[in-house]
Design a protein. Structure first.
Length: 874
C-alpha cells in the first residue's frame, strides 16, 4: 500500500519525454513498435482458464490516457480472438488482430480526444503447453500420483499470450487480476489475495491491484500447492510448492528472509510490495523468473532434500540472491527497452554474487564465478562478439540478448567498476539511481549519471568503453629494472582475439589493479600506450589483474612471467587464478607457448587452491580429449596423472568431518579428471564403491555421487549399465534421479551409448524433467559426438520444445560450440541455418566461430603437447 500510493504519485510524471543510447530515459524516445499516443494506466483482467479445452476466456478493461487525438488504438495480442470491443461504452468500428505481427488494431468511428478513456472487451485465448504465457504443467509426485498446475512465464514478450496488452517494458501500468480456478486450488500472484468467492466446485480469486509495472512481470500460479511463510520486516515472505514438498522449502524460506533484509539495507529503498513469494514449479522452465512479488523457480533450484548436494544448496542461495536483486534492478526500475537488458541481468548477477559471497564466505563465491568470467572472456574474444548494449530493433528478438555477454561480462564490468570507485561510493551511486527512477524505467546513461554524481568522476567516459564497445583488451606488460633493482613497467593494450594475429579495433580505459610482491594492490586507469608505472622490486611476483577482478587478459614479458612462476605457490589466490586463466587462453590462441602454461602446474607445489586445480583439471581434460586416439595419448595421460595424483592423495577419497566446501569441490574435480585420464586406482575404487552403494546408498555422499557414478558408467559393461539404469528408473528423489540419468550418458561403450540415447528420449523421464533431455543428449558428446549429434538433429523439435524462449539462441550459438566434433562444420552450419530466421545470422556467426576455433586449437596444440611430453620423458 505504501507502494501503490507512491506509484500513483509518480505516474503523473509519465513523461512527454526522451530516450536513445547515450541519453537518459525518455518515454517518447524509448524504442518499440507500439505507438505512444495511447498509454494504458491500469488493467482489470478476469480470466477463466479451461484446462479441458486448453483455452482462456477473458474479460478485460483498460484505463487509457490518450495523449493526442486518434482514431486507432494499437496493442499486442497473440492467438487471441477479441469480441464486444468498446471504448467508453461505444462499439469499435473495426478490430483487426494480426498474429504474425502480434498486434491488434482497434479502429474507432470518430477520433478519441486527449484525456482519460476506457477500452473494454472479451476475448478467447490459449492455455500453452510450453512455458510461455499461461501454461499447463504436468508432473508426477514422489508417491506416483499425477498432477497438473497452471503457471506463467512472460519475459520477454509472452504476456500477450495470456491477455492483450501493451507488452513493451516502457508501458508501465497497474494490474488487477481475477482468476476462476478449481476451489481446491491455492493461487499466487504478484499481490496478495484481496477477495475469494466460492461457487460450487470453483473459486473466483481477485488479487490486490499491483503498483505500476511492466507487463512482462505479471505472474499467476494455481494448483494443489502448500506454503511456508515468515516475516522479513514489514514483508511477508512465502515459499510455495506442490503438496507434499513444502517441507523441502525451509532453507529457501530462511534464505529469502535474510536476502530481502540485506537488500532493503543495501539499496536504501525498502521492498515496496506487501509480500514476496517464491514458487517452486515442478519443471516448467530451466531457471527462475523475477516476477515482482512472485518469483517462479524450477523446483530443483528452490527445494532441498537430504539427497541434495552442496552445489544444490549453493544454487538455491545464489539464484534467490539473483532473483531477489531483480525486485529492485528490473522490477522497481526497469530498462526502457531490451537494448539495455544488461541493466537487469548484469546487475542481478553482480548483486546476487556479492550477496552470496558476503553471506557464505566459506564458499569463496567470487572465486567460484571465475570459470564463468573466463568463459565470458572466451565468448567475447570472438570477432563476431557484440557489445553489452546491443540494438534490439524488434522485441521479438529480445530473447536473443539473454547470453553470457549480458549476464556474465556485464556482471564483471560492474564488479570492476565497483572495485575502481570503491564499494561505498558505488553503493551510493546505485541508491541514487534507484531513488531517481523508482517505479519507472531507465537507460544506461541514467546509471552513469548517478554514479558520476556519487563519485564526482566522469564515470560515463570510462564505463562506455565497456558497455558500448564489443570485446576487451589484452594488456601487455614490459618490465625494466634500474640499477637499484626498482621495477618500472610499461603498459599497453590491444583488443584480445581468439587467434593471435587477428586484428580488430578497440581501445578501453582499463581500471587496472596492480600488486607487486606482498604490497597492497593499487588501482590505475590505463589510457595511454606505453603508460609507465612503478611496480615494486625486480624479481618479485607481479599481477596487473590482482584478485582476478578485471575483465581483461594480461600478457607479461618473459622475466616477469618467470618471477611469477617461481612465486606461484604463495601468491594470493586471485592472482594465481588470473595467471592460469590467461596463460591457458594465450596458449590456445597461439599467442604464448603452451609450455609457459604447463610450467605453472608443477609450480603449484603444495598449494590446494580449488579454483586453480579446477582450472588445471579442465585444461588437462581438454588436452586429454584432443589427444584421444593419437599415439601421444598414453604418454600424456601418464604425465598428467603424475601431476595430479599427489594432490588427490593428500585429500583422500572420503570426506572428513567438518571439511571445508573447497575440499569437496577439489576432490570432485580431481577424481573426475584422474578417471578421465585412466587412473586405474581411481577407476577400481569407484567400481568397488558402486558395488557397496547398490546395497547401501549412504556409502557415497550425494556430493560425490555424480563423479563416482560417472566414472563407473565410463567403463560399464551391459550388466553395470542396467544396474545404474534401474536405479534411475526407480528413484523418487528428483535430484538423485537426475544424477543417475546423467551418469548413464557417460557410458564409454558405443552400443550402450546408443541405448542411453534411446533412454534420454523415452517416456520413463517424468514430465517435469522434460528439460533434462537436452542435457542428457549433451552428456553423450564427449565420447560419442556423432551419436549425440544425430540424436539431437533427429529429435531437435522435441528436445528444444521446453525452451521456447531460448531455443533460437541455443541452436545458433550453443549447439555449434558444443557439437563441434559431431559432424563436418558445413553439415552443422546448414542445419542451424535451416532452423533459424535470417536475422539470426550474427548469432550463427558466433556459434560457427566457436566451432571452427576448437578445430584450429586442437590441430595447433597437439604437436606442442607431444613435444612437451617427450622432453619430460627424457
Ligand atoms: Zn535475471
Amino acid at each position: 500500500m505504501r507502494s501503490a500510493g507512491r506509484a500513483a504519485a509518480l505516474l503523473m510524471l509519465i513523461p512527454a519525454a526522451a530516450s536513445a543510447a547515450g541519453a537518459p530515459f525518455d518515454f517518447d524516445r524509448a524504442p518499440g513498435r507500439l505507438p505512444k499516443d495511447v498509454v494504458p494506466l491500469g488493467y482489470r483482467l478476469a480470466l477463466v482458464p479451461d484446462i479441458a479445452a486448453m483455452a482462456i476466456a477473458g474479460r478485460e478493461s483498460v484505463a487509457l490516457r490518450v495523449r493526442s487525438a486518434t482514431r486507432s488504438i494499437v496493442f499486442n495480442s497473440l492467438n487471441e480472438k477479441l469480441s464486444d470491443v468498446r471504448v467508453d461504452g461505444v462499439a469499435a468500428a473495426a478490430v483487426d488482430s494480426d498474429d504474425a505481427r502480434q498486434l491488434t488494431t482497434v479502429t474507432l468511428a470518430a477520433p478519441l480526444p486527449p484525456g482519460a478513456h476506457t477500452l473494454a472487451f472479451s476475448y478467447v485465448g490459449r492455455l500453452e503447453t510450453q512455458p510461455h504465457g499461461l501454461f499447463l504443467q504436468s508432473y508426477v509426485s514422489a508417491d506416483g500420483t499425477a498432477g497438473q498446475l497452471l503457471s506463467t512465464k512472460m519475459e520477454s514478450t509472452d504476456a500477450r499470450r495470456m491477455f492483450p496488452c501493451w507488452d513493451e517494458p516502457a508501458f508501465r501500468a497497474t494490474f488487477e487480476l481475477t482468476v476462476t480456478v478449481p476451489a481446491a486450488w491455492a493461487t499466487v500472484s504478484n499481490m496478495p489475495v484481496a477477495q475469494r468467492t466460492l461457487h460450487g466446485a470453483l473459486a473466483t480469486v481477485t488479487f490486490q491491484r499491483s503498483p505500476y509495472m511492466p507487463s512482462y512481470l505479471i505472474e499467476f500460479t494455481g494448483g494443489d500447492l502448500e506454503s511456508v511463510t515468515a516475516a522479513a520486516g514489514a514483508t511477508t515472505v512465502g515459499v510455495w510448492a506442490v503438496r507434499g514438498r513444502a517441507r523441502d522449502a525451509q532453507v529457501a524460506l530462511a534464505d529469502a528472509q535474510l536476502i530481502l533484509a540485506d537488500y532493503d539495507d543495501y539499496f536504501g529503498f525498502a521492498f515496496p510490495l506487501p509480500k514476496l513469494d517464491s514458487i517452486a514449479i515442478p519443471g516448467g522452465f530451466g531457471g527462475a523468473m523475477e516476477n515482482w512479488g512472485a518469483i517462479t523457480y524450477n523446483d530443483r533450484l528452490l527445494l532441498l532434500t537430504p539427497d541434495s548436494t552442496l552445489a544444490d544448496r549453493q544454487a538455491e542461495f545464489a539464484v534467490q540472491a539473483h532473483e531477489i536483486a531483480h525486485q529492485w534492478n528490473g522490477d522497481l526500475v526497469t530498462m526502457g527497452w531490451w537494448d539495455d537488458l544488461w541493466l537487469n541481468e548484469s546487475f542481478a548477477s553482480w548483486r546476487g554474487a556479492s550477496e552470496t559471497d558476503q553471506r557464505h564466505p566459506e564458499w569463496h563465491w567470487w572465486q567460484r564465478q571465475d570459470a564463468a568470467r573466463d568463459g565470458a572472456l572466451r565468448a567475447d574474444a570472438r570477432l563476431s562478439t557484440h557489445a553489452i548494449q546491443q540494438p534490439v530493433a524488434d522485441e521479438l528478438q529480445a530473447a536473443n540478448a539473454f547470453d553470457q555477454i549480458t549476464y556474465v561480462k556485464g556482471q564483471w564490468v560492474l564488479r570492476m567498476l565497483e572495485s575502481y570507485l570503491g564499494p561505498a561510493v558505488f553503493r551510493d551511486g546505485i541508491r541514487r539511481y534507484l531513488q531517481a527512477r523508482a517505479f519507472g524505467n531507465a537507460t544506461t546513461t541514467d546509471l552513469w549519471e548517478a554514479l558520476a554524481a556519487a563519485s564526482g568522476q566522469d564515470v560515463a567516459q570510462a564505463a562506455r568503453d565497456w558497455t558500448a564497445q564489443a570485446g576487451f583488451p589484452l594488456v601487455s606488460v614490459a618490465a625494466s629494472c634500474d640499477a637499484g633493482g626498482a621495477r618500472t613497467i610499461l603498459l599497453s593494450q590491444r583488443r584480445y582475439t581468439l587467434r593471435a594475429g587477428e586484428r580488430a579495433p578497440g581501445r578501453w580505459s582499463v581500471p587496472l589493479r596492480i600488486r607487486a610482491g606482498s604490497a597492497a594492490p593499487h588501482t590505475e586507469l590505463l589510457t595511454r600506450d606505453a603508460q609507465p608505472s612503478a611496480a615494486g622490486r625486480c624479481g618479485e611476483p607481479l599481477s596487473v589483474n590482482a584478485d582476478a577482478i578485471g575483465f581483461y587478459r594480461v600478457q607479461y614479458d618473459a622475466a616477469t612471467l618467470a618471477a611469477d612462476t617461481r612465486a606461484f605457490e604463495a601468491v594470493p589466490d586471485g592472482d594465481r587464478t588470473a595467471l592460469l586463466d590467461d596463460s591457458w587462453a594465450l596458449a590456445l590462441a597461439g599467442a604464448q607457448p603452451l609450455d609457459a602454461y604447463l610450467a605453472l602446474l608443477p609450480a603449484m607445489g603444495g598449494n590446494r587452491d580449488p579454483r586453480a586445480w579446477e582450472q588445471i583439471a579442465a585444461a588437462l581434460t581438454t588436452l586429454g580429449h584432443y589427444e584421444r586416439g593419437t599415439r601421444g595419448h598414453d604418454a600424456f595421460a601418464a604425465r598428467a596423472r603424475a601431476l595430479l595424483r599427489p594432490v588427490y592423495d593428500s585429500l583422500g577419497w572420503d570426506p572428513r568431518p567438518r571439511e571445508a566446501p573447497d575440499a569437496v569441490r577439489l576432490r570432485r574435480a580431481l577424481l573426475t579428471v584422474l578417471g578421465e585420464l585412466g587412473d586405474a586406482g581411481v577407476l577400481a575404487e569407484a567400481r568397488r564403491r558402486f558395488g557397496l552403494f547398490l546395497e547401501d546408498r549412504r556409502v557415497i555422499h550425494p556430493d560425490d555421487q555424480d563423479t563416482v557414478l560417472g566414472l563407473v558408467a565410463r567403463g560399464a559393461n551391459a550388466a553395470t549399465f542396467e544396474r545404474l539404469h534401474s536405479l534411475a528408473a526407480a528413484e523418487k528423489d528428483a535430484s538423485a534421479r537426475r544424477r543417475y540419468y546423467l551418469a548413464l550418458m557417460r557410458v564409454g561403450d558405443a552400443a550402450l551409448a546408443a541405448r542411453a540415447a534411446r533412454i534420454a528420449l523415452s517416456a520413463e523421464i517424468p514430465p517435469q524433467d522434460e528439460l533434462l533431455r537436452l542435457r542428457l543428449v549433451g552428456q553423450l558428446i564427449d565420447r560419442h559426438a556423432a551419436l549425440a549429434w544425430a540424436t539431437l538433429r533427429d529429435n531437435a523439435d522435441r528436445l528444444l520444445a521446453p525452451f521456447p524462449k531460448y531455443a533460437p539462441l541455443i541452436v545458433a550459438e550453443q549447439i555449434p560450440e558444443a557439437y563441434w566434433e559431431g559432424a563436418p562444420p558445413q553439415e552443422i552450419e546448414s542445419w542451424v541455418r535451416g532452423r533459424l530466421p535470417a536475422e539470426m545470422a550474427p548469432n550463427i556467426a558466433r556459434g560457427m566461430e566457436s566451432l571452427n576455433e576448437q578445430r584450429t586449437e586442437k590441430a595447433a596444440l597437439l604437436p606442442a603437447l607431444d613435444a612437451w611430453v617427450a622432453r619430460r620423458a627424457r
